[in-house]
Write a protein that binds this ligand. Structure first.
Ligand code: GLU
Length: 494
């Protein structure tokens, strides 16, 4: 199976483009086929090298590698033009000398008459005397070359949608060579697909109306006609075509917060269903399970929450050896000297990551969580304070008792738990009454991993320092529950 991804470098790597690339790549990888990358850069004015670079980069980041290319469509303009000339010579195309006024009139009529009016240019060409078109062309009179759409209908078995049929009378005699002899998009695509021996074209639904034109052109040129499949659009939450209004549509926009394996997993599920509820998959598993037959026929909604969830799942199962450099880079951005602080505590650091990564949904969130276990000020989240430090005198009493109990305690989760439960019994309260205010003191938050693990990973000194600081804060009357009206501006606890 020879498949291709053919982006136009007139923009970045769009989520939809990335999905098209991925689906084609999956087909190639699971069939032992070839994935060809072709850059469709014939629109010189709108294409840029920077965009080409961005697209290739995006693919590399996702782990989508290509076997051939990148081929550049602009390298083969001469061949495209020659193909246009062959169509002309073989009677599959004609020269159109229509004036701008005539074309404007045709366009006005098309709305009223549909199919018929699209043949107005053809009728004018047919009304010329024999040899006249060639003479006028040789004399340098400007004209375009149009494809002569044959009678009948054009059908194909779409790999996604099943049998498709277009009436040819609804297809315009499309321009294949412009007045400057340059080839148009559909002609170039057909020539390049044939040249690369592509046998399966899988692309977005937005190309559906190009397909009958490309099939007709390929037949007229004597090229083998590839199979076609059209993947439905990606939609925003409101059911409209995904656009910037819905958030980032540029794949690069996700590079900071999303792991490539999570993005690939997410893209695979956008328009394809594995058929059961196993959704968290790595690339190898997706390659094994992907099938054309399970591509969905309806548009799929881009669900940012699902992406975040998948990211969290991959974060908790990926190789620590791969996670660590990503995380360290983020830590270094957030705070200087962290690297040194974790370097000579490798075992502790690994354990901490194992504990924290099952709860984080992004590398950034994980990095911020790690920072809490290193020396530094704790910011008390207003919502956590409101909830668990409401009875200030009582909290002070508990924390003071706690400080005393912990002082001589062996610093391991089990002894810490025994000590805290013993204290709760002594004070005649449930352990939760101690744990919640303590968690706020240690982390500033209302939610955290199990408190005894938190204590263990913070270590004795840092834990006791934080209890101390909480007591000072409470004594000074700071960290008062914020008035309700201010709550919206405060960071919320997750
Ligand atoms: N260059 C086209 C695009 O970016 C794709 C052409 C094709 O897949 O046939 O939409």
């Amino acid at each position: 199976m020879r498949v291709r991804f053919a982006p136009s470098p007139t923009g970045f790597l769009h989520v939809g483009g990335a999905r098209t690339a991925l689906f084609n790549w999956l087909l190639a990888r699971q069939s032992g086929g070839t994935f060809v990358l072709r850059v469709e850069d014939t629109d010189r004015a709108r294409s840029s090298e920077a965009m080409t670079g961005a697209i290739l980069h995006g693919l590399e980041w996702l782990g989508i590698d290509w076997d051939e290319g990148p081929l550049f469509q602009s390298d083969r303009v001469g061949e495209h033009t020659a193909a246009g000339r062959r169509l002309l010579a073989g009677g599959h195309a004609y020269r159109d000398f229509s004036t701008p006024e005539e074309l404007a009139r045709d366009r006005a009529n098309i709305a009223a008459l549909a199919g018929e009016a699209t043949r107005a240019a053809r009728r004018r060409a047919e009304s010329l005397a024999p040899g006249e078109a060639e003479e006028r062309a040789e004399a340098g009179e400007p004209h375009v070359v149009r494809f002569l759409v044959p009678e009948g209908s054009t059908e194909w078995e779409d790999a996604v949608h099943g049998p498709m049929r277009f009436r040819n009378r609804d297809i315009d005699d499309l321009v294949i060579l412009r007045a400057d002899d340059s080839p148009t998009y559909n002609l170039a695509v057909v020539c390049d697909d044939a040249h690369a021996r592509i046998d399966m074209v899988l692309r977005g639904d937005d190309h559906l109306s190009n397909t009958p034109k490309q099939i007709l052109l390929a037949r007229a040129l004597g090229f083998p006609v590839p199979r076609f499949g059209h993947v439905p659009l990606i939609l925003g939450r409101d059911g409209k075509r995904l656009s910037k209004r819905h958030g980032a549509t540029d794949v690069a926009g996700y590079r900071r917060d999303v792991l490539p394996e999570a993005m690939v997993n997410f893209l695979a599920l956008l328009g394809w269903s594995p058929g059961d509820d196993r959704e968290v998959m790595d690339l190898d598993e997706i390659v094994r399970r992907f099938s054309l037959g399970r591509i969905l026929r309806k548009g799929s909604v881009f669900d940012a929450d699902k992406l975040a969830w998948l990211n969290g799942r991959h974060l908790s199962r990926m190789d620590l050896a791969r996670l660590e450099p990503l995380l360290n880079a983020r830590l270094a951005e957030l705070s200087q000297g962290v690297q040194a602080a974790v370097q000579d505590r490798a075992g502790w650091y690994r354990g901490l990551l194992e504990m924290l990564r099952t709860r984080a949904r992004s590398v950034d969130a994980l990095a911020r969580a790690v920072l809490l276990y290193l020396p530094g000020e704790v910011a008390y989240e207003p919502a956590a304070v409101r909830k668990h430090w409401k009875r200030r005198a009582q909290v002070q009493e508990y924390l003071t008792a706690f400080r005393r109990t912990l002082d001589g305690c062996e610093w391991q989760p089990e002894p810490l738990e025994r000590a805290l439960r013993g204290l709760a019994r002594e004070l005649g309260v449930g352990a939760g009454r101690l744990i919640h205010p303590l968690r706020v003191a240690l982390t500033g938050q209302a939610v955290s991993p199990g408190i005894f693990d938190v204590l263990y990973y913070l270590g004795r000194n840092l834990s006791l320092d934080r209890v101390e600081r909480a007591l000072e804060t409470l004594a000074a009357g700071e960290a008062d529950p914020a008035p309700a009206g201010h709550a919206a501006a405060a960071p919320v606890d997750r």
